[in-house]
Design a binder for this molecule. Structure first.
Ligand code: NDP
Length: 246
C-alpha cells in the first residue's frame, strides 16, 4: 500500500466532493476524508447507498456531509452548473474533488464493441469528469490549495485486448489530468493528479474478474492512504503525476 500516515486533522474544515461515493473505493475515500475532518459532498446515482454513507459519517460524529443524487452517465453541463452554484452558495469554495465514478462497459474486442456501450463509457468516464471539472474550477480557485484527483487504471497506461472503451477512457483520463495540470502550473493554486487504485475488492473488480478470490485483494479501506495524501497539504508540491495506490 502507498506509504502515508495522515494526521488526524489533515482535512479539517475542507470541502471535498467525491463522485461514486455510495460504494467501493469512492465510499472508502469519502469516509476517510470525513474521518480526517472534511465536509464531504457525496455524489452518486443511488440515493439509498448515499444515505447509508451519510448515516455512517453522522454516526461517527464526523462533519455532516451533503448528498447530491446525480446520474453522471447522462448528466449535462447545466446539471454541473447547478451543482457548482449550490456549492458556491453553501460553502463559497471547494478544496478538493475526487473523480472516482466509472463504468466498466463490456469486455469484448473493439471489432464487435457496440456503439451504445462505447458512448455510455466515454460519457461517464471522460465527458462527465471534464464537464464537472470545468464547472468546479472557479470554486477550486477560491480554496487555498485546491486538489483535483482523477482515477485511472493500469489499462489506461498500456492498452490491453478486450478492455475496449474502458481502457481507452482511462488513457484519456491520464491525458486530461496531464493537460489540466500543465494549464494550472504556475497559474493557479490548483494541483491535478491521478490515482491508479490497483486490484481492489469492489463490485467493478468482481465484474471484470468473476473467477477471482476476493479475499486475495486489497480492500477499498486499505488503499485510502494515497487518497488522503493527495487531498491534504503534504501533496501541495505534486502536480501532473499519476500514482499507484498499491
Ligand atoms: P464500483 O463499481 O464498486 O463503484 C463505482 C461507484 O461509482 C459506485 O458508487 C457507483 O454507484 C458509482 N457510479 C457508477 N455509475 C454511476 C453513474 N452513472 N452516476 C453516478 N455514479 C455512478 O467501482 P470501484 O470502486 O472498483 O471503482 C472506483 C474507481 O476505481 C473507478 O474509476 C474504477 O475505474 C477505478 N479502478 C478500480 C479498480 C478495482 O480493482 N476496483 C482497479 C482500477 C481502477 P452504484 O453503486 O449506484 O453503481
Amino acid at each position: 500500500m502507498y506509504d502515508y500516515t495522515a494526521p488526524a486533522n489533515l482535512l479539517k474544515d475542507r470541502i471535498i466532493l467525491v463522485t461514486g461515493a455510495g460504494d467501493g473505493i469512492g465510499k472508502a475515500a469519502a469516509m476517510s476524508y470525513a474521518k480526517h475532518g472534511a465536509t464531504v459532498i457525496l455524489v452518486g446515482r443511488g440515493r439509498k447507498k448515499l444515505d447509508a454513507v451519510y448515516d455512517e459519517i453522522e454516526a461517527n460524529g464526523w462533519p455532516q456531509p451533503v448528498i447530491v443524487s446525480l446520474n453522471l452517465a447522462d448528466a449535462t453541463a447545466e446539471n454541473f452548473k447547478e451543482l457548482a452554484n449550490m456549492i458556491g452558495a453553501e460553502f463559497g469554495r471547494l478544496d478538493g474533488v475526487l473523480h472516482n465514478a466509472s463504468t466498466l462497459g463490456k469486455r469484448t474486442p473493439l471489432a464487435s464493441y457496440d456503439d451504445e456501450t462505447w458512448q455510455e463509457v466515454m460519457h461517464l468516464n471522460v465527458t462527465s469528469p471534464f464537464m464537472l471539472t470545468k464547472a468546479l474550477l472557479p470554486l477550486l480557485e477560491e480554496a487555498d490549495n485546491g486538489s483535483v484527483v482523477f482515477t485511472s487504471s493500469s489499462v489506461g497506461r498500456k492498452g490491453r485486448a478486450f478492455w475496449g472503451a474502458y481502457a481507452i477512457s482511462k488513457a484519456a483520463t491520464e491525458n486530461m489530468m496531464e493537460t489540466l495540470a500543465d494549464e494550472q502550473d504556475g497559474v493557479t493554486n490548483i494541483r491535478v493528479n491521478c490515482i491508479n487504485p490497483g486490484a481492489t475488492r469492489t463490485n467493478m473488480r468482481m465484474k471484470a474478474y468473476p473467477g477471482e478470490d476476493p479475499d486475495k485483494l486489497a480492500t477499498p479501506e486499505q488503499i485510502t492512504p494515497l487518497y488522503l495524501y493527495l487531498m491534504g497539504d503534504d501533496s501541495i508540491a505534486m502536480n501532473g503525476k499519476s500514482f499507484d495506490a498499491q
